[in-house]
Design a protein around this ligand. Structure first.
Ligand code: UT7
Length: 325
């Protein structure tokens, strides 16, 4: 068995910034409400002709470069997204094509906000088994394409962006544990009702706004504060690392109150808690790899550090992981 680690990271966020003040002009909300209830001050929005695959490619190119690899070294692409370029085929194959890579396998994972850690678990196993050498895991979301900008309950939360990592054989860096869970009985707490075979696109589904993301925020909040620490505890135990040994934690960036509440419970001070929700909002699968890549780029997180991840999202799905960078 080989050891698998993260060899390189990259991220990309679109240029256009939507501030809370911009949203005040289109829905009944306020900068004060959004900041105090969520921690978000602004989010990015992709251009009309800038797609999930384009953002993914930009993040991927940076990750490949940071890993000191050539794109031809990549032998598998996994994309975590709920806002693929098309319902099918996968966005991973589109990313492969845009990177000028043909023949290599490429597929998507649909695990919403947990997609990155689901992908990490899969990539870890595929590297350990010896089947692949360099896996590109891209989490990319154009949530603005499924956001109802008349619904103040959701439109203030969501943003666009992409994060990518290269996972490969390594002696220094190591994925120490990954834990993934799901509960399909509560899917209606967070989902897109239209566009699948239950409600295929029709005049009716468009009129009833079924192609937008729908969320019961309060119920999701309650479950997130229960499941995220639970899965984090499991990931720490599996990695055999006590919480106090963790150098940095990166939570899914959905709400600052969830993030700070859990960090406090584990005894992690602000310096260990990597937060960028104020700048990018909730980018679903992309929040964790964007925060990781950005913190590395800023020189905050260095090689050899122990990092814990925890997330919760649609499915429902939740996941945790511990890595040594
Ligand atoms: O990424 C997947 C995981 N997602 C999450 O983890 C998100 C979890 N949920 C949350 O972060 C929070 O539940 C929200 C930020 C979505 C909502 O915050 P909350 O403190 O739970 O507010 P609430 O839903 O209980 O609503 C409180 C009030 C309501 O008004 P009434 O009914 O009390 O009069 C809402 O209508 O706040 C109102 N409200 C707003 N007011 C101003 C909801 N959204 C807004 C808004 N601006 N944007």
């Amino acid at each position: 068995m080989y050891k698998a680690g993260i060899l390189g990271t990259g991220y990309y966020v679109p240029e256009k910034i939507i501030t809370n003040f911009d949203l005040e002009k289109i829905v009944d909300t306020s900068d004060e409400w959004i900041k105090t209830r969520t921690g978000i001050e602004q989010r990015r929005q992709a251009a009309k002709d800038e797609y999930t695959s384009d953002m993914g490619v930009k993040a991927a190119e940076k990750a490949i470069k940071n890993a000191n690899l050539k794109k031809e070294d990549i032998d598998l692409i996994i994309t975590a997204t709920i806002t693929g370029d098309y319902p099918w085929p996968s966005t991973a194959t589109i990313i492969a094509n845009k990177l000028d890579l043909s023949d290599i396998p490429a597929f998507d994972i649909s695990a919403a906000c947990s997609g990155f850690i689901y992908g990490l678990k899969l990539a870890d196993s595929l590297i350990k088994s010896g089947d692949f050498k360099h896996i590109l895991l891209v989490a990319s979301e154009k949530l603005s394409s499924i956001t109802d900008y008349t619904d103040r309950n959701t439109c203030v939360l969501l943003g666009d962006g992409a994060g990518a990592v290269i996972i490969g054989r390594s002696e220094e860096s190591e994925i120490l544990s990954t834990v993934i869970h799901s509960d399909g009985s509560k899917l209606e707490l967070l989902y897109q009702p239209g566009g699948g075979c239950v409600n295929p696109a029709s005049e009716e589904t468009v009129k009833n706004k079924l192609h937008y993301l729908k969320m019961n925020g309060a119920d999701i909040f309650k479950l997130a504060v229960e499941k995220m620490p639970e899965v984090l505890e499991k990931a720490l135990k599996l990695a055999n690392i006590p919480a106090e040994k963790i150098d940095f934690v990166i939570f899914h960036q959905a709400n600052i109150r969830i993030i700070n509440n859990i960090a406090k419970r584990f005894g992690w001070p602000d310096e260990k808690n990597i937060v960028n929700i104020q700048k990018y909002g909730n980018t679903s699968a992309a929040t964790i790899p964007i925060a990781l890549a950005e913190a590395i780029e800023q020189g905050k997180i260095k090689k050899g550090k122990l990092i814990a991840f925890s997330t919760f999202g649609a499915g429902l799905t939740w996941a945790g992981a511990v890595i040594k960078l």
